[in-house]
Design a protein around this ligand. Structure first.
Ligand code: SF4
Ligand code: SF4
Length: 356
C-alpha cells in the first residue's frame, strides 16, 4: 500500500508537468474567480510540538495579534470585497490567543461579515469554551486536527503529555455531546503513522468511530508528510513509521496559485504571499501597519511582483522549492473542469483590486 501510494504520486507529477506546460503555451491561467476566505493568523503560538511540523524550528515570533490590528485587517479586507475569514495559523493554534473570543465576537457583530472558520488541535480550550463556540453566530466550520491514533502515538508525534491527550478526549466528547446544537459544520483531520490499526484500539479511535456514526466527515491521511520547505527531515521523525516527502519533487512551472488566493496577514502584521508552508515569511509583501492592504495586494507592489516574476522564471525560494502544496496557475484542477468553476488570469486579479 505504501509503494502504491508513492507510485500514484509519481504518475500524477508527470501529468501535471505536461498539462501545465501545454496551458502556459496557450496562455491559459486558472486562478479561481472566487478567492474564498481572507486568511488572518490570529496567533502564531502552539501548545504542541509535532515532529513533522516546522513550528519548533521557525524563527518568526510566537505571538497573538492585537485586537486593534485584527479589526483594521478585517475592515480593509471587507473593503476589497472579502466577506469570509479563515483564521488558521500557518503554524500555531487559534486558541493560544487569549483574546480570540473577543475577535469572534467582533466578526459576529459585523454586519458585512458572512462567515469565519478555522482548524484547531482542540487541546487548548476546555469543555465550557466548547459550549461557548456553539453560541457564535457566524462560525461556519471547525476542522479538528488529530495527531496519532492512541495515547502513545499522540505523545510521540506531538511531543506532548498524557494530560494533554486526556484533554483532547474530554474536548472531543464535549464537542460530540453538543452535536444537536452545532450551528457550524465539523470535520476531523486524522493523521498518524503507517501503523494505524484498521480497528479501534483505544478511546481515541472509538471516539472517532462515534463521530463518524454521527455523520461527521473524517479525513484520514497516515504516514506521508511534507518536509516543510526543507525544515523537516527523516531524522525529525526517527522511531515513527512516517515518510517525509521531499516537496522539491513536485513539478513547478509558473507562479503558484496560492500567491493569489492564499495570502495571509500574519500574527505579527506581516502580509505574506502564502499561508501554507512559509513559516518564516520569506514571501512577505508588506506590513499591515505600513501600507493599506489595497496597496499591498497590488500589481504595483514591487515586492509582490518580484515573487511572481521569480516563479514565472522558475526560481522558487526555499519554502516554495520544497513545498508540495504548490499548484501552478497553469494547472486546471479536475474539479474546476467538472463543476465549471469560473477562473481569472493574474491581470484580471490585479485589475479587480485596483478598481476598489
Ligand atoms: S502541526 Fe499544528 S498542532 Fe502540531 S505543532 Fe504544528 S501547528 Fe502545532
Ligand atoms: S509553493 Fe507552497 S509555499 Fe510557495 S506559494 Fe505555493 S503553496 Fe505557498
Amino acid at each position: 500500500m505504501k509503494r502504491l501510494r508513492l507510485l500514484e504520486k509519481s504518475l500524477k507529477r508527470i501529468y501535471l508537468k505536461l498539462e501545465s506546460a501545454f496551458n502556459r503555451r496557450l496562455g491559459h491561467e486558472y486562478i479561481p474567480l472566487d478567492l474564498g476566505a481572507f486568511n488572518i493568523e490570529t496567533s502564531s503560538a502552539c501548545n504542541l510540538k509535532c515532529r513533522f511540523c516546522a513550528y519548533e524550528k521557525k524563527e518568526t515570533p510566537r505571538v497573538s495579534m492585537a485586537n486593534e490590528m485584527f479589526a483594521k485587517t478585517v475592515e480593509q479586507a471587507l473593503e476589497l470585497g472579502f466577506n469570509e475569514f479563515h483564521l488558521t495559523p500557518t503554524t500555531g493554534d487559534v486558541f493560544m490567543d487569549k483574546h480570540v473570543f473577543e475577535k469572534f465576537a467582533y466578526l459576529d457583530a459585523h454586519p458585512k461579515v458572512k462567515a469565519y472558520h478555522f482548524f484547531t488541535n482542540l487541546t487548548v480550550l476546555n469543555p465550557a469554551q466548547i459550549e461557548q463556540l456553539t453560541r457564535l453566530k457566524k462560525l461556519s466550520r471547525i476542522t479538528v486536527s488529530i495527531y496519532g491514533h492512541d495515547e502513545v502515538t499522540f505523545i510521540d508525534i506531538a511531543k506532548s503529555s498524557s494530560k494533554v491527550f486526556q484533554r483532547l478526549l474530554a474536548n472531543l466528547r464535549a464537542l460530540l455531546a453538543l452535536k444537536p446544537q452545532w450551528p457550524f459544520a465539523v470535520s476531523l483531520g486524522f493523521r498518524s503513522t503507517f501503523d494505524v490499526p484498521a480497528e479501534p484500539v483505544d478511546d481515541l479511535m472509538h471516539l472517532l468511530r462515534e463521530f463518524r456514526a454521527a455523520g461527521v466527515s473524517i479525513h484520514a491521511s497516515h504516514g506521508i508528510y511534507n518536509n516543510w520547505g526543507g525544515y523537516i527531515t527523516q531524522d525529525d521523525v526517527a522511531g515513527l513509521n512516517i515518510k517525509i516527502l521531499d516537496g522539491s519533487k513536485t513539478p513547478k512551472l509558473g507562479p503558484c496559485v496560492k500567491l493569489f488566493d492564499g495570502f495571509q496577514v500574519m500574527a505579527t502584521g506581516v502580509v505574506n504571499g502564502c499561508s501554507c508552508r512559509d513559516v518564516d515569511a520569506t514571501l512577505q509583501i508588506g506590513h499591515i501597519d505600513q501600507a493599506p492592504l489595497k496597496n499591498i495586494l497590488s500589481g504595483h507592489n514591487p515586492l509582490y511582483q518580484q515573487i511572481i516574476t521569480e516563479q514565472e522564471a522558475g526560481k522558487f525560494r526555499p519554502a516554495c522549492e520544497g513545498c508540495d502544496y504548490y499548484r501552478s496557475i497553469y494547472h486546471q484542477p479536475k474539479v474546476f473542469r467538472k463543476k465549471n468553476i469560473p477562473v481569472q488570469t493574474r491581470l484580471q486579479f490585479f485589475r479587480r483590486f485596483n478598481d476598489k
